[in-house]
Write a protein that binds this ligand. Structure first.
Ligand SMILES: NC(=O)C1=CN([C@@H]2O[C@H](COP(=O)(O)OP(=O)(O)OC[C@H]3O[C@@H](n4cnc5c(N)ncnc54)[C@H](O)[C@@H]3O)[C@@H](O)[C@H]2O)C=CC1
Ligand SMILES: NCC(=O)COP(=O)(O)O
Length: 346
């Protein structure tokens, strides 16, 4: 048994059974329903925690012939889970055509997210695992947040800068400091306060959810070669370095700004627990390259546990039975580990 497996089994044995997790099905025309159903099939083989789907039961039946049972309340989920995939019906998404997203489906995705968050907040679910939504589709039905991360944070009463998106896989953990904004807006959005808030939440989140006692953080620069002492950009000098110096004075184990192109190779990754990156793709390209089928999006800084697979709706393959459930299963496992770690360590 590896050390990680031993630690996980010690934690599992030491805490009472968790309530089932609420899994919002995301866009019904995406691969969410398929990967949730495939995860249920693998529940025993992969040691997944109990869970129930939240969405339109028809979206599961559109892509899967296995057993699904509609439930009326989360309390029914634990009893149903061993024999069928429980699904809390939220609304009717109309005609579901995998790969062809529409307005009704986006509305159900929105409502499913809202319901699932409410269940986690009330303690009726051990946490929330979100299947992918189509951002464009959600924006079209009045979703005003950049992503699910900010929506969930608001519902939990957490300010957006204190809710941290971390993408975590076996080889790497990354945090984008700025998230869903245009690349042209990144420089203006980077402030000392934002970097500090993200780094402090990241350090606390690594302790709370991953049992890492003294997390080591590495911070990327924004510009090529981390700005080359101002010759290739001044963000490192004016914003990133001062933020790091303040964080070090706060007691964090933190290095940077590092040249981003050289900080993700195997030897470099051994020197830190999480990499803080300045923009979305700087963080997500390395993690998705290394761990696409087991990468998890976990939101740090929330009073509830929230995870998600690292990928999107994959509309292009929806309904073809070719979606890999690996990242969804990893998200379920990580949610359970985080919930147990929180019970043990507060
Ligand atoms: N957490 C979320 O809700 C996320 C939602 N999205 C949304 O997803 C939509 C599509 O985004 P894309 O950039 O195309 O990313 P994507 O992750 O949906 O697809 C990228 C590529 O990976 C493949 N792929 C993704 N997941 C897979 C799986 N489980 N098994 C096999 N192949 C898989 C797709 O077929 C495609 O070739 C967008 O509307 C975006 O807003 C994107 C990322 C995360
Ligand atoms: N690219 C990551 C992503 O889109 C996830 O966003 P969120 O909806 O989980 O906030």
């Amino acid at each position: 048994m590896t050390f990680a497996a031993m630690r996980s089994s010690i934690i599992t044995d030491a805490v009472p059974p968790l309530a089932p997790f609420a899994v919002s099905l995301g866009d019904p025309a995406g691969i969410g329903p398929e990967i949730v159903a495939k995860s249920w099939v693998m529940r025993e083989a992969r040691g997944l925690p109990p869970f129930f789907a939240v969405g339109d039961v028809a979206s599961l039946r559109a892509v899967w012939l296995g057993p699904v049972e509609r439930i009326d309340s989360p309390e029914e989920a634990a009893e149903v889970f061993p024999r069928a995939l429980p699904c809390l019906q939220v609304a009717d998404a109309g005609e579901i055509v995998p790969g062809a997203p529409g307005v009704d489906g986006a509305r159900v995705a929105f409502q499913s997210l809202e319901v699932a968050v409410g269940l986690a907040r009330s303690g009726s679910a051990a946490g929330i695992v979100t299947a992918p939504v189509g951002k464009e589709q959600l924006y079209g039905v009045g979703f005003t947040h950049p992503g699910q991360t900010e929506f969930i944070a608001e519902r939990c009463g957490v300010a957006p800068h204190n809710a941290v998106m971390m993408l975590a896989g076996p080889a790497l953990k990354v945090v984008p400091i700025t998230i869903h904004i245009a690349l042209a807006d990144v420089s203006a959005a980077l402030t000392i306060d934002l970097i500090r808030a993200r780094a402090l939440t990241t350090a606390k989140g690594l302790q709370r959810n991953f049992n890492i006692g003294r997390p080591r953080l590495a911070v990327a620069g924004l510009n090529p070669h981390a700005g080359e002492n101002g010759a290739l950009g001044r963000e490192e000098i004016e914003v990133i370095r001062p933020a790091i110096e303040q964080l070090r004075a706060d007691g964090l184990d933190i290095v940077g700004p590092l040249a981003a192109d050289g900080m993700f190779h195997a030897r470099a990754r051994e020197t830190y627990d999480a990499a803080l990156c300045m923009y979305h793709d700087q963080a997500l390209i390395p993690i998705k390259t290394l761990n696409f089928d087991e990468g998890v999006n976990i939101t740090l800084g929330l009073p509830i546990v929230r995870t998600s697979p690292d990928h999107g709706t994959a509309f292009g393959i929806a309904g073809t039975d070719s979606a890999n459930p690996g990242a969804m299963m990893a998200a379920l496992k990580m949610a359970a580990e985080a919930a147990r770690a929180r019970i043990l360590h507060g």
